[in-house]
Each structure stands twice: as C-alpha cells, then as structure tokens.
Design a binder for this molecule. Structure first.
Ligand SMILES: [Zn+2]
Length: 70
C-alpha cells in the first residue's frame, strides 16, 4: 500500500537543467524563449546558417535585407 510517486525528483532536476539551456540570440545574447533542443521548425526568428535571434534582431535583419534588395 501507499502510493509511491516516482519521477518527482527527476522532474525538479529537469527544470533546473531547462533554465540553463535556453538558446540565446546570436547577435545581442539575450535569452530567447527556446530551449537548445527545440526543433528549428518549431521556432520563430531562427535563421538558417546564422542561429537563433530574438524578435528585435530578427526585425533589424529583415529591414536591412529589404533595403539591400532595392
Ligand atoms: Zn537579439
């Protein structure tokens, strides 16, 4: 008898790990909302060949690219 709850300890550990594993913006080094292991297809503001950007830097690059096109 007595319910044995497994995995409680493990969960806490995972949470701590998660904190440390957030991907940072490659330009301004701000923490993004994404984990290092999140698939890039699931992310916004990810530039292939460049890396994870924060929304602000992503917009900056978008604007620059548009100007260069002209
Ligand atoms: Zn940034």
């Amino acid at each position: 008898m007595g319910v044995y709850k497994n995995g409680r300890r493990k969960k806490n550990r995972d949470r701590e790990k998660e904190k440390l594993m957030k991907d940072k913006c490659v330009i301004c080094n701000t923490d993004t909302q994404y984990d290092e292991f999140d698939h890039i297809d699931m992310r916004y503001f990810y530039v292939e060949g460049c890396g994870q950007l924060c929304p602000k830097c992503f917009n900056d690059i978008e604007n620059k690219t548009k100007k260069e096109d002209k």
